[in-house]
Design a protein around this ligand. Structure first.
Ligand code: NAD
Ligand code: MG
Length: 395
């Protein structure tokens, strides 16, 4: 008999959230959706309520929650609609929930993701920003409360699959020489440097291989995404930065690799579709259908690899710098990046000024140790203020 798992999806109207619901829809005998959350997309949430009948919905935005309450009532849906960050924390930690998909974008995801870990849930982590901002205290929280952490980010999910099953945080004890973190290089890998200044949000969001939310699409175009992922890998796998090699692999077929001291390199391959890592984590330790087509190696025919170009992609170098400094600096990097990306999307900042702004903010704010989530949130706030200040003078 299959055991039914009870699920909360944080950020269900986003790209990862929708892919998660696609996997749920294939396994209605295995997964029961207890709660869904979103920022303000009432229409999409209403249609998800019709399909999945969640017990609770949280709209961060109060007005959207009111609209949804009216709509649910009108349609005869028995869903309790809540609003605000405390409600996000509540549905991430309900007693009846076993599994929480953390798929809110950006720093906004940190509090509910922490709540899920604190409540000892199985946390499926797409929200990499939580680990970037608060890696050490989040990993401690997971351990202390006996939560299970499974990475959804395709690279980290691949590394997880390529590591031994009993890996417990000591790479050298398992004979691992290094981690090979693959990156597509984004839409601007081959664009002449002189043209980068002019690129538009539409061009930045047109990723060659992956269909993702806007923020992570821009992060992929600047390669800040890979920088955030180096920090994410550092915390997830207890890997020193020099043990993490970024490898540009434009086809996005190999999702990352683990190299062992005997020279073996173990890779996970698949079509670039997030339903694969999502199904891996949702079914774990069993394998379940994801709806993703078989990988056609004859069609792909070749796999290419290149060194990353730190001149073209200064964001990657800034992320390494933030990781080396430690303390508040990764949270500062993340917050400055969120402001820079939002300004670029609003056409108020040139693409090439994204790293300029981040670097300025990292120089303005001095190093501080981090001991608590409050310290992290304070660093995040300070960096946002500094970034807005810089924009007011230079944007
Ligand atoms: P998205 O923009 O498509 O969706 C974001 C979701 O978060 C939406 O449901 C939105 O309503 C909700 N949200 C936005 N702001 C919020 C706020 N302030 N408070 C509460 N909820 C809020 O983003 P996405 O592409 O699905 O990415 C989600 C996370 O997963 C990100 O951390 C991203 O880095 C990570 N991730 C995404 C992909 C991908 O393929 N999309 C791959 C790897 C990792
Ligand atoms: Mg990734």
């Amino acid at each position: 008999m299959k055991i039914i798992r009870h699920l909360t999806i944080l950020g269900s109207t986003g790209s990862i959230g929708e892919s998660t619901l696609k996997v749920v829809a294939l396994h209605l005998d295995r997964f029961n959706v207890v709660a869904l959350t979103a920022n303000k997309n009432v229409e999409k949430m209403l249609s998800q309520c019709h399909c999945f009948h969640p017990r609770y919905v949280v709209m961060l935005d109060h007005d959207s929650a009111e609209q949804l309450t009216v709509a649910c009532h009108k349609d005869g849906l028995d869903t309790t609609v809540l609003s605000g960050v405390e409600s996000l924390e509540k549905v991430a930690s309900l007693d009846e929930v076993d599994m929480v998909m953390a798929a809110i974008v950006g720093a906004a995801g940190i509090r509910p993701t922490f709540a899920a870990a604190r409540a000892g849930k199985q946390v499926l982590l797409a929200n990499k920003e939580t680990l970037v901002m608060a890696g050490r205290i989040f990993m401690d929280m997971v351990k202390q409360h006996n939560a299970t952490l499974l990475p959804i980010d395709s690279e980290h999910n691949a590394i997880y699959q390529a590591l031994p099953h009993d890996f417990a945080g000591d790479l050298s004890a398992k004979g691992v020489r290094r981690i090979l973190l693959t990156a597509s290089g984004g839409p601007f890998r081959g664009v002449p440097l002189s043209e980068l200044q002019q690129v538009t949000p539409e061009q930045a969001c047109a990723h060659p291989n992956w269909d993702m939310g806007q923020k992570i699409s821009v992060d992929s175009a600047t390669m800040m995404n890979k920088g955030l992922e180096v920090i994410e890998a550092h915390w997830l796998f207890n890997a020193m930065p020099e043990k993490i090699q970024v490898v540009i692999h434009p086809q996005s077929v190999i999702h990352s690799m683990v190299e062992y001291i005997d020279g073996s390199v173990v890779a996970q391959l698949g079509n670039p579709d997030m339903c694969t890592p999502i199904a891996h984590a949702m079914g774990y330790p069993e394998r379940i259908e994801s709806g993703v087509a078989s990988l056609d190696l004859f069609e792909i025919s070749r796999l290419d690899f290149e060194q990353p170009d730190l001149v073209r992609f200064p964001c990657l170098a800034l992320a390494y710098q933030a990781l080396a400094t430690g303390g508040n600096m990764p949270a500062v990097l993340n917050a400055a990046n969120e402001i820079a990306v939002a300004s670029f999307l609003a056409r108020k900042l040139a693409f090439t000024a994204i790293p300029t702004l981040i670097e300025q903010v990292m120089q303005t704010i001095s190093y501080n140790a981090i001991a608590s989530l409050d310290d992290v949130l304070e660093a995040d706030n300070l960096a946002r203020e500094a970034a807005r200040d810089w924009l007011a003078h230079h944007g």
